[in-house]
Write a protein that binds this ligand. Structure first.
Ligand code: C2E
Ligand code: MG
Ligand code: MG
Length: 525
C-alpha cells in the first residue's frame, strides 16, 4: 500500500536535477565578476597617467568599455541564475511541504494536513455556515489487495479519491489511513442533510461503475458516515467520532451505503454495549435456548434440522438474533456463542430425529484458527460425528475466493463437516464464489423465494443458481416458504429442499421431537 502515485513521483524527482547543476556555473560567473571588478579597481585606483605609459589611450578606452560591458552582462547572468536558484529552492521547499501534505498513493491530503484544514474550517464556521464531514471506508480493500495485488489496491484508493473530487465539488479530500478517506465541505450557508445524502448516493453509484484493473472491470463499494458541524457538534474530535459512529452503522446495515449521524446512533451504541454485556452473562449462565426448524424434501419428509439460537432476556424480553448476532460478531463472543450452540445441539442429538443438524456460523469465525480446532474438540468430547453437522455460513462480505479462504473451507470439509451457503443472493456473493468455494448446499434467501414468478431478475437468478448447483452436484434449499404457492414455484424453479413457516416454524427440541413422533405414527397408520 505504499507505492507512490507515478505522476506525483515524477514531479518530485524532476525538480532535483535543476538544483544540482546550477552552483558550478554560478560560481564561475561570480569568479569572472570578481576579476572584472579588480580590473575596474585598477582603472580607478591607478592614475591614468601611469596607465597611459603602459598602453595607448585607444586601448585604455576600449579595455574600460569591454570590462564595463562584461561586468553588466555577467551581473545580469548572475541575477538570472540566482533568481532561478531561489525559485528552485522554493520548489524544493514546496516539494517537501507537499510530501508532508499529500498522500502519494491516493493523491489526497495527508491525514495531518486534512485534519488541520478540518479544524480551521470548523472554527471558521462555528458562528455561521456549516461543515459536512464524510468518512469513506472502502469495502473489501484487503480482499482486493490479497486477490489482485497491492498495485490494484492503490489504484482503487486513487480512484475513490478522484471520484470524491467530482461527487463533492469544492470539498477537501484526505486520506485518514489504510482504507479510509474523508471529505469535508465548508459553506457559508447551512448544508442540508439531503444535499449531502444525494452527493453520497451519487458517489456510491459512480464507485459501483468501477475501474479497469488488468483489463477487467472492478466494481468498488464503500461505506460512508456523515456528521455536520455545528449541528451535530462544533468540536472536531467529537465530529470525527460522530461521523465514525455513523460509518459503523452504515457497515452494520450491510455496507455500500451512507449513514448520517443522529442522536439515536449514540443510543444504539449504548444499547450495543448493554447487549454485549448481557449476552456474555447469558452464555456463562447457560440462559440461551436453541430451537430447531425442519428442512423438508419434496415429499414432505424431514431432510435436516436447522438450529437457531433464542434469547429471552430477564429485563428486555425476547431479543432477536438479528439484533445480537451482529454485536457478537464484533467481539470474540461469536466464537463462544457458536460453541455454546454446538454443545446444545450435541446434547440434543440423541433425542432429535436422526437427520443432520445445521448450525449457523459467522464468516468472522472462519478467520480464526481456533474455530476448527474447538468445534472438532466439542464434537469429540460429546461423541457426535462431524458428518451429522452442516455448517451454515451466511453469505457476507467476509466470504472471498482467496486461497487462504479456500484452504480453510477445504480443512473444514476434510474434518468431516458439510458446508452450506446461507441466505444466498443477499448481495455479496458472485456466481464465481459458488463455483470456486466448495459448498455442499446453497440456501437461497427468502427475499428471492417469495418473489419467484413476480419479476424477471428473481426468476433468472433462481434458475441460474439451481442450474449451477445441478451441474456441480450441490443441493439447493429454498428458504422462507410460507405458503403452498411458494413451495410450488420454488420447486418448479429447481429447488429440491424447502424450509419455512409453511412446513414448521422454529420450535423447541421437545416440540420438534413430539411432531416427528406424531408424523411417524400417522405415516404407519
Ligand atoms: P438464518 O440462518 O437464515 O435462519 C433463518 C431465519 O429465518 C430464522 O430467523 C427463522 O426463524 C426465519 N424463518 C424461517 N422460516 C421463515 C419463513 O417462512 N418466513 C420468514 N419470514 N422467516 C422465516 P431467526 O431465528 O430470527 O435467525 C435470524 C438469523 O440469525 C439466522 O438466519 C442466522 O443467520 C442468525 N442466527 C440464528 N442462530 C444463530 C447461531 O446460533 N449462530 C449464528 N452465528 N447465527 C445465528
Ligand atoms: Mg441459517
Ligand atoms: Mg438463511
Amino acid at each position: 500500500m505504499s507505492a507512490p502515485n507515478p505522476s506525483l513521483q515524477k514531479k518530485f524527482s524532476r525538480d532535483k536535477q535543476v538544483k544540482l547543476r546550477r552552483p558550478i556555473v554560478e560560481n564561475a560567473l561570480v569568479g569572472m565578476l570578481v576579476v572584472l571588478t579588480c580590473v575596474h579597481a585598477v582603472h580607478f585606483v591607478v592614475p591614468h597617467a601611469v596607465l597611459r605609459q603602459i598602453m595607448t589611450e585607444q586601448v585604455l578606452v576600449r579595455s574600460e568599455l569591454v570590462s564595463s560591458a562584461l561586468t553588466i552582462i555577467i551581473a545580469i547572468a548572475i541575477y538570472v541564475l540566482m533568481s532561478a536558484r531561489v525559485k528552485a529552492h522554493k520548489m524544493l521547499h514546496d516539494e517537501l511541504r507537499d510530501r508532508q501534505n499529500i498522500d502519494l498513493v491516493s493523491g489526497a491530503a495527508s491525514r495531518g494536513h486534512f485534519l488541520d484544514g478540518l479544524k480551521q474550517a470548523v472554527a471558521a464556521h462555528r458562528k455561521g455556515g456549516s461543515v459536512a464531514l464524510i468518512i469513506i471506508d472502502i469495502d473489501h480493500l484487503k480482499q482486493i489487495n490479497d486477490a489482485l495485488g497491492h498495485g490494484a489496491g492503490d489504484d482503487v484508493l486513487g480512484f475513490c479519491a478522484r471520484i470524491a473530487r467530482q461527487a463533492f465539488p469544492g470539498g477537501r479530500i484526505g486520506r485518514l489511513g489504510g482504507d479510509e478517506l474523508a471529505v469535508f465541505i465548508a459553506s457559508k450557508e447551512p448544508i442540508p442533510e439531503g444535499y449531502v445524502a444525494d452527493a453520497c448516493a451519487q458517489y456510491l453509484a459512480t464507485l459501483r461503475e468501477g475501474l479497469f484493473i488488468a483489463n477487467r472491470r472492478q466494481a468498488v463499494s464503500a461505506s460512508l458516515g456523515v456528521a455536520l458541524a455545528p449541528v451535530h457538534s462544533d468540536n472536531v474530535n467529537e465530529l470525527l467520532s460522530f461521523a465514525d459512529l455513523a460509518l459503523q452503522q452504515a457497515k452494520t446495515n450491510g455496507r455500500g451505503a451512507c449513514s448520517i449521524f443522529s442522536p439515536d446512533i449514540l443510543a444504539d451504541a449504548r444499547q450495543e454495549r448493554f447487549i454485549e454485556r448481557e449476552l456474555r452473562a447469558a452464555i456463562l449462565l447457560g440462559q440461551l435456548a436453541v430451537h430447531y426448524q425442519p428442512i423438508m424434501d419434496a415429499d414432505g419428509e424431514i431432510d435436516s434440522l436447522e438450529a437457531l439460537v433464542r434469547w429471552q432476556n430477564p429485563v428486555r424480553g425476547v431479543i432477536s438474533p438479528a439484533e445480537f448476532i451482529p454485536v457478537a460478531e464484533k467481539s470474540q463472543l461469536i466464537h463462544e456463542l457458536g460453541l455454546y450452540v454446538l454443545k446444545r445441539v450435541c446434547e440434543d442429538a440423541e433425542t432429535l430425529p436422526d437427520v443432520p443438524v445445521n448450525v449457523n456460523i459467522s464468516a468472522w469465525q472462519l478467520a480464526h484458527d481456533a474455530f476448527l480446532r474447538d468445534y472438532v474438540s466439542v464434537l469429540k468430547d460429546m461423541n457426535v460425528s462431524p458428518s451429522r453437522v452442516v455448517l451454515e455460513i451466511t453469505e457476507s462480505a467476509m466470504l472471498d475466493t482467496s486461497d487462504d479462504f479456500v484452504d480453510r473451507m477445504a480443512a473444514i470439509k476434510s474434518a468431516g463437516f458439510r458446508i452450506a451457503l446461507d441466505d444466498f443472493g443477499m448481495g455479496y456473493s458472485e456466481f464465481n464464489q459458488l463455483r470456486k468455494l466448495p459448498f455442499d448446499i446453497i440456501k437461497i434467501d427468502k427475499s428471492y423465494i417469495q418473489n419467484i414468478g413476480t419479476d424477471i431478475v428473481t426468476d433468472t437468478f433462481v434458475s441460474a443458481v439451481t442450474q449451477i448447483a445441478g451441474k456441480m452436484d450441490r443441493t439447493v434449499v429454498a428458504e422462507g416458504i410460507e405458503t403452498e404457492d411458494d413451495k410450488v414455484r420454488a420447486s418448479i424453479a429447481g429447488c429440491g429442499l424447502f424450509q419455512g413457516y409453511y412446513h414448521q416454524a422454529p420450535a423447541s427440541r421437545d416440540k420438534i421431537v413430539a411432531l416427528y413422533k406424531a408424523k411417524a405414527l400417522a405415516d404407519v397408520a
